[in-house]
Design a protein around this ligand. Structure first.
Ligand code: MEV
Length: 309
């Protein structure tokens, strides 16, 4: 074959960021409507076509090292000549917003390489190849993104192990970007420092997040969207007490709630990044997205997850 195509999608953390650092579970939510598409083409003069860079592979900027790592690893695995492959990356996912951009691009590359080679790709092979690139992108990696960007259902993560969750109803969310990159390591460090000062307070906030995560799992399974929304908004307030929100995040959460969202919260590391708002349905989501844009979101996306049964 001369060309191969692969896709993957974005992800967000529905609930459980920060408490997951202390051993509580977190729920990752696949964003099926934020689809990344990669086409690999055999070529004597390999080039990259992408939103951040168009030109020869040889002179690609450093920020393209993770996808090029994914390509190199996948090419090795599938016995392709990586030095003779052009990449076209089409991704709607912004970088450094906790939406799984790097894992989604790497997954699409690995799948495209499998297609190009005409070989089968198991889920474990895909995961391992993507994790290799994720470690180049992030230093360490819990594996949450690499699982979630290929998942068909929400995933509950406990001690790094994913468990597919059932969802009784269709779930529509709006993701809104503050336009400011999330600052995960600063936020995680801030919580750790606060905990050194007042262990009891921080442990009680973490326990609250763990309880809310369990409540979110139950609400998803039962299709109780109003309850799920309520839980998400409560989690945002706990995250605010943990010191990981920002004025922009709070403003967007407030705007989503005012526009009729069932609930809203920051998603990911915080101190910037994105907000996730739960809508009744797609028409409601369109209205919430418009309100979020009016409140200063630099970009909004609507994504729907089908019921699992
Ligand atoms: C960041 O997406 C999620 C955090 O819980 C950090 C982590 O789990 O490594 C804030």
């Amino acid at each position: 074959l001369r060309t191969g195509t692969g896709t993957a999608h974005g992800k967000s953390i529905l609930i459980g960021e920060h408490s997951v650092v202390y051993g509580a579970p977190a729920i990752a939510f696949p964003l099926h409507d934020l689809e990344v598409r990669v086409t690999l083409t055999v070529s004597d003069k390999p080039v990259i076509k992408s939103a951040v860079y168009n030109g020869p592979v040889a002179t690609a900027p450093n920020r393209l090292r993770p996808p090029l790592t994914a390509l190199r690893e996948a090419a090795k695995w599938f016995e392709l000549d990586a030095s003779k492959i052009s990449l076209e990356i089409d991704s709607p996912i912004p970088v450094e917003r906790g939406l799984g951009s790097s894992a989604a691009v790497s997954t699409a590359i690995v799948r495209a390489a499998a297609a190009l080679s005409g070989k089968e790709l198991t889920e474990l092979e895909r995961f391992n190849l993507v994790q290799h690139a994720e470690r180049v992108a992030h230093g360490t990696s819990s594996g949450l993104d690499a699982h979630a960007v290929a998942a068909l259902t929400p995933l509950l993560f406990r001690a790094g192990v994913p468990k597919p969750l059932r969802t009784k109803t269709e779930v529509t969310v709006v993701i809104a970007d503050t336009g400011t990159p999330g600052k995960t390591s600063m936020a995680v460090g801030g919580v750790r420092a606060m905990r050194e000062n007042d262990t009891q307070l921080i442990d009680s906030l973490i326990a609250q997040l763990a309880e809310l995560t369990a409540a979110a799992e139950t609400a998803l399974g039962a299709g109780e969207l109003a309850e799920l929304g309520h839980v998400l908004s409560q989690a945002h307030r706990v995250l605010h007490e943990l010191g990981v929100t920002s004025g922009e995040l709070n403003r967007l959460v407030y705007a989503a709630e005012k526009a009729g969202a069932l609930g809203a919260k920051m998603t990911g590391g915080g101190l910037g990044g994105c907000v996730i708002a739960l809508a009744h349905d797609q028409a409601d989501a369109t209205r919430i997205a418009a309100a979020l844009a009016a409140a200063g979101a630099t970009h909004t996306w609507v994504s729907t997850l089908a019921a699992t049964e």
